[in-house]
Design a protein around this ligand. Structure first.
Ligand SMILES: NC(=O)c1ccc[n+]([C@@H]2O[C@H](COP(=O)([O-])OP(=O)(O)OC[C@H]3O[C@@H](n4cnc5c(N)ncnc54)[C@H](OP(=O)(O)O)[C@@H]3O)[C@@H](O)[C@H]2O)c1
Length: 281
């Protein structure tokens, strides 16, 4: 597994993490085993959110007794992200997760409360040790510019921007990724398999992935993850409720694609023109 510095504080975080959206919907014991299999295979980054139903409770079970080995991320809903509401939401998440701190706390997407208010509370929580760092999600380059000003005014800095990024949706490569790199924020790819839209085996792109996968003794899903984390500041957080697939995803953290293979994937799944607004799920 490759580990990279995550944001300005430089915490060493695995390039492959684990998402938890809908992980509470199936068999809970299986979900806990999947998260533990990912941790056993070298993943240290778990992503959850107050929005994800009981996912925080599932994560709490999975990390019991190994909290210090996990870079734990949760998110506040925009509708709760007021000066006071952010603190209350953080405290609820800490309770559900059975921990006294988050490693990174994110604003899930930009909402109606002034950014300055949310950031001011993030800065307080950071100073109190309730969160080690904070960041955002679904921010485009203009949002990031405003965020930079609010963060500077509060004497703090965002650690990451978590965005939609998969083979069929590469919009962030135009301006968001460069903006994150310039401000030393980690770029975290959510829905790295397209949520439920992974390229089919029989499609032209699927055949390209399969051929590259064969050459490495890997799977097309692993090749897709290796492509997404080829940027020095990128991380990906696939979700799996299955222990075998969680371990498979973790192993993608060791897969190195050649420049030729990257070029083949790039032409099979073109970046496309820059859309007017940032795509999100
Ligand atoms: N910030 C945001 O706004 C936002 C939005 C969306 C998602 N997220 C985060 O990003 C995480 C990942 O995104 P996602 O859950 O939307 O979708 P995803 O990770 O792109 O895809 C998940 C799907 O892929 C399957 N899968 C996982 N590993 C596989 C493998 N190795 N081979 C074949 N299939 C595999 C899973 O099935 P099984 O579970 O059965 O393996 C599931 O159906 C979320 O869980 C969440 O933490 C954040």
């Amino acid at each position: 597994m490759q580990y990279r510095p995550f944001g300005p504080k430089g915490d060493k975080v695995s390039v492959i993490g684990m998402g938890t959206w809908y992980i509470d919907q199936g068999d809970r014991r299986k979900a806990i085993a999947a998260l533990q299999a990912g941790l056993d295979a070298g993943i240290n980054h778990i992503d959850t959110a107050e929005m994800y139903g009981d996912a925080e409770l599932v994560v709490a079970e999975a990390i019991k007794g190994r909290r210090d080995a996990v870079f734990l991320v949760s998110k506040v809903l925009p509708s709760n992200a007021s000066r006071k509401g952010t603190r209350l939401a953080c405290e609820r998440s800490l309770k559900r997760l059975g921990t006294d701190r988050l490693d990174c706390y994110l604003l899930h997407w930009r909402g109606g409360y002034p950014l300055e208010d949310t950031v001011a509370t993030f800065a307080e929580l950071e100073a109190e040790g309730k969160i080690r760092s904070w960041g955002v999600s679904n921010f485009d380059e203009d949002d990031l510019a405003e965020l930079g000003e609010a963060a500077e005014a509060a004497g703090t800095a965002s650690a990451c921007n978590q965005v939609l990024y998969h083979l069929k949706e590469r919009a962030i490569e135009h301006a968001v990724l460069p903006a994150c790199e310039a401000s030393r924020q980690a770029l975290v790819a959510y829905s790295p398999f397209g949520h439920d839209d992974f390229p089919r085996g029989g499609s032209a792109g699927g055949k390209v992935l399969a051929a590259i996968a064969r050459a490495h003794g890997a799977t097309p899903h692993q090749v897709a993850l290796a492509f997404l984390v080829r940027h020095a500041s990128a991380f990906a957080i696939p979700k799996s409720g299955d222990a075998r697939r969680a371990a498979e995803n973790a192993a993608a953290g060791d897969l190195m694609l050649t420049p030729q293979e990257i070029a083949e994937i790039d032409s099979a799944f073109p970046r496309g023109a820059k859309p007017r607004s940032l795509p999100m799920l």
